[in-house]
Structures are given as structure tokens and as C-alpha cells.
Design a protein around this ligand. Structure first.
Ligand code: GDP
Ligand code: GDP
Ligand code: MG
Length: 362
């Protein structure tokens, strides 16, 4: 008896440590894969901004006003915006002087550090990354808002998929009742994510769909509810009234709801995304930003003013059109992916540039 139990224990401990090792390896390779994906996605942004700064610094120049002006122009053209660029340049000037670091690679490092400082990490980043919800406030209701075409429906599909992968029961509510195609699109995403969807006819009251969805969520003991909305901003008064009505109706069923209001912004619209955010901030209690389409755009620098000017954390970023192309926003990873260590090549930076007058101008 004792002998067999010992063997059994031994076997099960070996099995579980093997399982753990496999899980860790899979997690690790998923992380590496995601990081590579982010890095690839940011290629154009890197070219439009990081590479240009390196080129400007790379000819062994001392920091002077002309160089600062050049860097300033690069930052502004890379959709970082005037205010945020000002902050970076001011800090750069100050640190170059105070720390007596004015060599090209030192200045590059300071810019990188200052940008990382501006990208404040959301206090909820850990929960966001693991798709955890507060068990004392269930169902966790996420309302998703933003103008047409920014990627709300796609993001909802991705979120639903990830929450489900994390073991939660998820329900989607199709409260974008304005456009005829909205229901079908959301239905496709719900199917891909493997989660139920609650919908009514086009033109139905979005608040009524919301009410149905939350009741259904309660009946089915759902952990997470994600509500799609129509992206109309042409009439601010109406939008505000509609969002308020949806919130009010939700609270009849789930008093804490909505625990999250995600504003979706499209990175490819650059500075326009900031304008949209400012408008939406007037009509909704936004708890987080999802920045989509960071893959393949040269305007990815816009994440910097979004993270530092709006005072709302970037919670997730979209890096593609597929269901697993959503990533939690982690400033350190983002800067790492954007600045790419091997791009910096700090060790032989001088050799690369000092004796090389033919360094390309662009
Ligand atoms: P909505 O009108 O806000 O609901 O936007 P949709 O979710 O319908 O998305 C509009 C378009 O953007 C679709 O063609 C999506 O495939 C695309 N899209 C959404 N998110 C991303 C992303 O992260 N990367 C890329 N490349 N395309 C995206
Ligand atoms: P109203 O449209 O101005 O009357 O706004 P309400 O806040 O009363 O509700 C908006 C929608 O949500 C309604 O049209 C209903 O479909 C739904 N709703 C809200 N509260 C209730 C309720 O207590 N019972 C039911 N069945 N539906 C409700
Ligand atoms: Mg949509």
C-alpha cells in the first residue's frame, strides 16, 4: 500500500513538474512570439522616427540647438505632438547638461528613457494581461465606444476570446443597433470567440439590448459582459444621452456596471485619435484606451501622447486583424520593441558612424 502510494506520488510529482515545465515553455514562446509580432508591427514607426533620430545623432554630432531642433522636428512629424515633444526635448536638454552625457548613443538612450517614463503603465496592467476579473464584482461589464471603423467590433471579438481562454464565461451584447451590418459582424466574432451574443433588430434601442444582455448574463452566471456600441459622434448631445441611458439601464441589473468603458482609437489616424479621445472624454467616463492597428502604420508614435496627455491608461493594443492580435499595453515591452536593442547597437555605435561620412541622410 505505502509503496504503491509512494510510487503514485512520485509519478504524479514528476508528471506535474513536467507539465509545469511545458506550461512555462509554452508561455515563454508565446511571449516571444507576441513580442516579435509587436516589433514587426512597429517597423514603419521605427523607420519614421527611431531610425531618423539615430541618423541625426549618428554622425558624431555634439548636442547643440540645431540638433535639438532636428530631433524636435522628427518627433513632431512622427505623430508625437507638440506638447509631448516639448516635454521630451526639455528633459533631454536638462539631462544632457546635468549628466554631461552628450555623445550620440547617450542622447539616444536618454530619449528612450524619457519616452518610457511618459508611457505610464495602467494600475490594472497585471489583471489586464491575465484577463482576470474582480470576483466581488461579477459580471464585469465592459462597454466599448469609439467612432466607426476604429476597430471596436474586432477588439470585442479579441477580448471575448482572451477572457474565454482565461476560463471565464463571456457574453457579448450587440448594442450597435444603428448600422445594418453591425449585428452580423459581431455575430461572426462571437462565433470565432466561441461565446454567446445577445441581439435585437437593427434600429432597436441600444439600452434595451444592454438590458437584455445583462439579464442574460446574470441568468447564465457570466463573468464578463462586453457591449458593442454605435460609433456616432456627429451629435454629441445624442451620444452622451445614449451612453448615459445605457449605463443607467445596466445599473438596474448590475449596480457596479459598467466597470470598464474602453475607448477604441485607431493608430493610423495619428493626431486625429487624440482629438477623438478629447471629444469622447466629454461624454463618457472612460477607464481605458485600446489603440488598434499599430501593425503596419508609421504613426505608432501617437501612443506616446495618448499615454501621457489624456490621463487615461492605454490598456490594450491591436497588432493585427486576427483574434489573437490583441496585447496588453506594457510600456517597457513597447519601448523595447520600438527601439529594438539590436537597432541601437550601442557597443559599436562609434565605429559604425564616427568614421563614416557617407551615412545616409534619411
Ligand atoms: P468598428 O467600426 O469600430 O466596429 O471597427 P471594426 O472592428 O469593424 O474594424 C474596422 C476595420 O479595422 C476592419 O477591417 C478590421 O479588420 C480592422 N482592424 C481592427 N483592428 C485592427 C488591428 O489591430 N490591426 C489591423 N491591421 N486592422 C484592424
Ligand atoms: P426609456 O426608453 O426612456 O423609457 O428608458 P429606460 O431607462 O426606461 O429603459 C430603456 C430600455 O431598457 C427600455 O426600452 C427597456 O427595453 C429596457 N429596460 C429598462 N428597464 C427595464 C425594466 O425594468 N424592465 C424591462 N423589461 N426592460 C427595461
Ligand atoms: Mg462595429
Amino acid at each position: 500500500m505505502g509503496f504503491f502510494n509512494k510510487i503514485k506520488d512520485k509519478v504524479s510529482s514528476v508528471t506535474s513538474s513536467a507539465k509545469n515545465a511545458i506550461t512555462t515553455a509554452v508561455e515563454k514562446s508565446t511571449e516571444v512570439f507576441k513580442f516579435t509580432k509587436l516589433k514587426e508591427g512597429l517597423t514603419k514607426t521605427r523607420t519614421s522616427f527611431v531610425d531618423k533620430i539615430q541618423t541625426a545623432l549618428g554622425v558624431g554630432r555634439k548636442v547643440d540647438q540645431a540638433l535639438l531642433d532636428e530631433i524636435e522636428e522628427i518627433l513632431i512629424t512622427a505623430d508625437i505632438g507638440v506638447d509631448t515633444t516639448d516635454k521630451i526635448i526639455t528633459a533631454l536638454k536638462e539631462r544632457v547638461r546635468a549628466e554631461k552625457r552628450d555623445k550620440g548613443e547617450e542622447v539616444f538612450e536618454i530619449i528612450r528613457e524619457e519616452i518610457e517614463k511618459l508611457l505610464i503603465m495602467s494600475p490594472s496592467a497585471k489583471n489586464d494581461a491575465t484577463y482576470s476579473v474582480n470576483p466581488d464584482s461579477i459580471p464585469h461589464v465592459i462597454m466599448v465606444i469609439g467612432v466607426n471603423g476604429v476597430g471596436k467590433t474586432t477588439t470585442i471579438g479579441k477580448l471575448a476570446f482572451n477572457y474565454r481562454q482565461a476560463g471565464h464565461n463571456v457574453i457579448i451584447g450587440a448594442a450597435d443597433t444603428f448600422r445594418a451590418a453591425a449585428n452580423e459582424q459581431l455575430e461572426i466574432w462571437a462565433e470565432r470567440a466561441g461565446v454567446p451574443i445577445i441581439q435585437q433588430k437593427t434600429g432597436a434601442d441600444p439600452a434595451a439590448v444592454t438590458f437584455d444582455t445583462l439579464n442574460s448574463a446574470k441568468a447564465k452566471n457570466a463573468d464578463v459582459v462586453i457591449i458593442d456600441t454605435a460609433g456616432r459622434l456627429h451629435n454629441k448631445g445624442n451620444l452622451m444621452a445614449e451612453l448615459e441611458k445605457m449605463s443607467r439601464v445596466m445599473k438596474k441589473v448590475v449596480p457596479d456596471a459598467p466597470q470598464d468603458v474602453f475607448l477604441v482609437l485607431d493608430a493610423t489616424t495619428g493626431q486625429n485619435a487624440i482629438q477623438q479621445a478629447k471629444e469622447f472624454l466629454k461624454v463618457a467616463n472612460i477607464t481605458g484606451i485600446v489603440l488598434t492597428k499599430l501593425d503596419g502604420t508609421a504613426k505608432g508614435g501617437v501612443v506616446i501622447p495618448i499615454a501621457c496627455e489624456l490621463q487615461i491608461p492605454v490598456r490594450y493594443i491591436g497588432v493585427g486583424e486576427k483574434i489573437d492580435d490583441l496585447q496588453p499595453f506594457l510600456p517597457k515591452d513597447f519601448v523595447e520593441a520600438l527601439f529594438g536593442k539590436e537597432q541601437v547597437a550601442a557597443s559599436n555605435y562609434d565605429e559604425d558612424f564616427e568614421s563614416d561620412d557617407t551615412t545616409s541622410e534619411d
